[in-house]
Design a protein around this ligand. Structure first.
Ligand code: NDP
Ligand code: 2IT
Length: 448
């Protein structure tokens, strides 16, 4: 009853924040067993404390576009929980951003960061600013204006933002430049910086590579590998690109990518160099892909069945949702399972609806929930913080090896915890309980 009551109160108190309800429901439902077993969590009101962020910062961002017109956006930084380390989590720039989206992402980040084994608390931020079709100058002026407020809330031992949707190396550069000018300090207050001025090697690759390493771990336990297998990927941004790249390293065949306008099905295998050129350099629609790869198919959003994502209609052994929340619903999950999909490793945050998640768990396929499978990105951000603090950069192999170890550890603690609660294949339960315990115990240790 305790768990259900807290979930209900969240829904009543924040009626518009649907994504936040969904994340709370997903995490708390799987905590029921540990809450029942260990009375201290209820006695310390841990769930009530976890659903209210330590601090929510909402601010206005004024900037001037290329034709001299004043633009106004909403900025957010939600500092959720710092029991095990400074607030850490990305910034998302996308027109769909609102308080509910940032809260769901910040809430998830608390447990994800706990799983990394590093000392990182959880937070998230962003803006409804849309970087699409903006000039570099406009993006720079927006980032500078955003930092004019954000700088007073962040710092290497307080809160360390990074990238997420719409925030990559270019945006982190402008944000860092403004932070440095305002504070006169060169310090690791942001991660995802370019290597030459304080970034970590492997940070751009980390989320995608980590997500594939996690899939490998899940499959290994069942005596399977990705070699020679057809894989489908949604999205075509940072996470998707490096998922595709790592799948090739392991001998798999990635055949799809997508963006908000449509998807590519390239039966011969996605051309990763072309993908990088189109998305990292030219920043154009995926429709351009078929000009260079004439045998590939392009399916526009809207040209496929309503209420389903065309990516998940392509038969595959393993699926890697890497675009955005709720991009894979119950219908999509059924299609994947009917087509023989054996593994889903989530690169995006909360890409599966609750119905889809339930179907994957019941089918007992290898299902790697986002907070475990995509934790490689924030983990390498944590490694970037270590390198900044020691002023000593590590080489690519060192960071890759540490990332690999972290992903193995996340699988192992999630799987062991799932076994402890007699649900051996349920990594949702395992990851949620393992992530929760560390944070909740720290909160109890540190008093009310
Ligand atoms: P990018 O901005 O680099 O790429 C996002 C991709 O997803 C683009 O292809 C974009 O298409 C597509 N997309 C975004 N929103 C929508 C939407 N509403 N509908 C359809 N497609 C959409 O972001 P990332 O690759 O960094 O992030 C992807 C996911 O991974 C997000 O869920 C993010 O939270 C998560 N994540 C990211 C990490 C990181 O380190 N970057 C770490 C862990 C998780 P288009 O370009 O047309 O908008
Ligand atoms: O969702 C995520 O974990 C991220 N966007 C990365 C956060 C980070 O601090 O690197």
């Amino acid at each position: 009853m305790y768990v259900e009551n807290v979930i209900e109160k969240v829904k009543l108190k924040y009626p518009d924040q649907k994504e936040f309800h969904q994340a709370v429901q997903e995490v708390f439902t799987s905590l029921a067993l540990v809450i029942k077993k260990d009375k201290k969590y209820q006695e310390s009101a841990i769930l009530e404390r976890l659903v209210i962020p330590d601090r929510e910062i909402y601010f206005r961002v004024n900037w001037v576009n290329d034709v001299g017109k004043i633009q106004v956006n909403q900025g957010y930084r939600i500092e959720f929980n710092a029991a095990i380390g400074p607030y850490k989590g990305g910034l998302r720039f996308h027109p769909s951003v609102n308080a509910g989206i940032i809260k769901f992402l910040g809430f998830e980040q608390v447990f994800k960061n706990s799983l990394t084994t590093l000392h990182l608390g959880g937070g998230k931020g962003g803006s409804d600013f849309d970087p699409k079709n903006k000039s570099d100058g406009e993006v720079m002026r927006f980032c500078q204006a955003f930092m004019n407020e954000l700088y007073r809330h962040i710092g290497p031992y307080t809160d360390i933002p990074a990238g997420d949707i719409g925030v990559g190396g270019r945006e982190i550069g402008y944000l860092f430049g403004q932070y440095r000018k305002l504070t006169n300090r060169f310090e690791g207050a942001l991660t995802g910086k370019r290597f030459d001025w304080g970034g970590s090697l492997m940070r751009p690759e980390a989320t995608g590579y980590g997500c594939v390493y996690f899939a490998e771990e899940m499959l290994k336990e069942r005596g399977e590998t990705l070699a020679g297998k057809i894989c489908t990927i949604s999205g075509s941004g940072n996470v998707a690109i490096y998922t595709v790249e790592k799948l090739y390293h392991l001998g798999a065949k990635p055949v799809t990518v997508s963006d908000s306008k449509g998807m590519i099905y390239d039966e011969a295998g996605i051309d990763v160099a072309l993908l990088k050129e189109l998305k990292e350099i030219k920043r154009v629609s995926l429709e351009e892909y078929i000009k260079f790869r004439t045998n590939a198919k392009y399916i526009k959003v809207g040209d496929y069945k309503e209420d389903t994502n065309a990516v998940w209609s392509i038969p595959c052994f393993a699926a890697f949702p890497s675009a955005t929340e709720n991009e894979l619903n119950g219908k999509d999950a059924k299609t994947l399972l009917q087509n023989g999909c054996k593994c889903v490793s989530e690169g995006a945050n909360m890409p599966s609806t609750l119905e889809a998640l339930d179907l994957f768990l019941r089918a007992k396929i290898c299902y790697g929930p986002a907070k475990a499978a995509n934790a490689g990105g924030v983990a390498v951000s944590g490694l970037e913080m270590s390198q900044n603090a020691s002023m000593h950069p590590w080489d690519f192999e060192t960071v890759d090896k540490k990332l690999h170890n972290i992903m193995e550890n996340i699988f192992s603690i999630s799987s062991q915890t799932a076994k402890e609660f007699a649900e051996p294949t349920n990594l949702v339960l395992g990851a949620n309980i393992a992530g929760f315990r560390k944070v909740a115990d720290a909160m109890i240790d540190q008093g009310v």
